[in-house]
Design a binder for this molecule. Structure first.
Ligand code: SF4
Length: 132
């Protein structure tokens, strides 16, 4: 439903025709294709419209992003809605459930093999140097 997509837009989108809603998979295509118009929200891990296209060239690049977005989450009907009257929903990552999920993920990462790898390499170096 378009109104649901509009409500589910990221709050960082600049108002106008184009906006990104919350299905973004952070694939980077739009930011690579139209860096003047899309930016990454690092804490949330998603793209949003940082600037509406102002030239035919920018419009063409943003259109390319709309067509190429793997989850069809760049929308083109932003000029139909009143941005002030319809606020964006709170992004999931800022809800209590989202905060809890991020905390769990951070804990898992801190216990993962990625963290252990440097000590494995240090041990291997010691073994190879005969000091292990
Ligand atoms: S192309 Fe779509 S899924 Fe990929 S980063 Fe942009 S908005 Fe997100």
């Amino acid at each position: 439903m378009p109104i649901d997509d509009f409500k589910n837009r990221w709050p960082e989108n600049i108002s106008g025709k184009y906006y990104v809603s919350n299905q973004c998979m952070d694939c980077d295509l739009c930011r690579e294709t139209a860096p003047a118009n899309f930016a990454r929200h690092h804490a949330g891990g998603y793209s949003y419209v940082r600037k509406q296209p102002e030239t035919p060239e920018e419009e063409a690049l943003v259109r390319e992003c709309v067509a190429g977005c793997c989850v069809d989450t760049i929308h083109t009907d932003g000029d139909v809605f009143d941005w002030r009257a319809i606020p964006a929903d709170t992004p999931f990552y800022l809800t209590p459930e989202g905060e809890a999920l991020r905390k769990r993920n951070a804990e898992q990462i801190s216990h993962s093999c990625c963290k252990a790898r440097p000590s494995i390499w240090a041990r291997l170096r010691r073994l190879l140097s005969g000091k292990g």
